[in-house]
Design a protein around this ligand. Structure first.
Ligand code: A2P
Length: 282
């Protein structure tokens, strides 16, 4: 297994098992440099979003990398997302065009609805999600994205889409130790929806915990590597972010060890401590 080991999605598209996350990298030079560093260090999967305001720099890094690499566009896997203010059919179609202009690529591998419409702020949230999804299916059928999915959808949000002609291929949710979102993960994995983990390191907050520090010492790895490996062994695709090349490299060095079932359970059983507290329904 390595960074370019791929997992088949429910539509046959294959997704690399770890991705490079770019949330919070708003500075253009930093977004460009860190994405390029990730690609140069073997990452073949990059996750951005309109909301991150860095699609242009991520796209530039991808294009510049490809111009000097033996790899081709089809060897890479690039994701972007439509922000929640663009919910609904027409707005989503327009948001997609803006994303494609910004990122400057011929196609995306994955396009996601970034957050669901929710009963907390939209009485007609199920229909709003269906109408956003209708646009996503149209974009998918145009061939300009290889797969479509959602992010931050819990089971009740997903349920509103499960009768659609195209079922989401991916749900990208927050997952870090102590915050496993078991119900959503179980629903996704039993319905053929691949789970991706945003904030796998709890934005850095998950890295200091005695249980994980003990496991890191036991396996001779860092806490970040233990967490990312834990995701992978749960068939979850983690999207670690860093602007530091040595950490980008560290976060990719997760294929030379295996966490035992007993130690996986120890991490599964941790109490929440590093999660963001963001919920789509609040
Ligand atoms: P930085 O970008 O300054 O390297 P997440 O992926 O959960 O969003 O976490 C990202 C946060 O964790 C960022 O603040 C990042 O800082 C930090 N980070 C990423 N990788 C590592 C690592 N291997 N060791 C320590 N901190 C890390």
């Amino acid at each position: 297994m390595s960074l370019d080991t791929r997992i088949k999605l429910n539509n046959g598209t294959a997704i690399p098992c770890v991705g490079f996350g770019t949330y919070k990298i708003k500075d253009g030079n930093e977004a460009y440099a860190s994405t390029k560093a990730a690609l140069e260090n073997g990452y073949v999967h990059v996750d951005t979003a309109a909301f991150y305001e860095n699609e242009k720099y991520v796209g530039n890094a991808v294009k510049d990398f490809l111009s000097v690499s033996d790899l081709k566009r089809e060897d890479l896997f690039i994701t972007s997302k439509v922000w929640k203010t663009e919910a609904g059919y027409e707005k989503t179609l327009k948001a997609f065009e803006r994303t494609m202009d910004e990122i400057g690529l011929d196609y995306l591998d994955l396009y996601l609805i970034h957050w669901p419409s929710s009963y907390a702020f939209d009485d007609d949230w199920e229909n709003t999600n269906r109408s956003t999804w209708k646009a996503m299916m149209e974009i998918y059928k145009s061939g300009r994205v290889k797969a479509i999915g959602v992010s931050n959808f819990l089971t009740h949000h997903l349920n509103a889409l499960m009768e659609s002609e195209v079922i989401p291929a991916v749900d990208q949710i927050e997952i870090n130790p102590g915050f496993m979102q078991e119900e959503t993960v179980k629903f996704c994995q039993s319905n053929g929806i691949l789970v991706e983990a945003w904030s796998p390191l709890g934005r850095g907050k998950s890295l200091a915990h005695p249980v994980l520090e003990e496991l890191a010492a036991k396996y001779g790895k860092t806490v970040a590597q233990i967490i990312l490996r834990w995701d992978i062994q749960h068939d979850i695709v983690p999207l670690p972010k860093s602007v530091h090349e040595e950490r980008i490299i560290e976060n990719a060095d997760v294929f030379d060890f295996e966490i035992s079932d007993e130690d996986m359970n120890k991490i599964d059983d941790m109490e929440p401590y590093g999660n963001s507290g963001h919920s789509p329904d609040e």
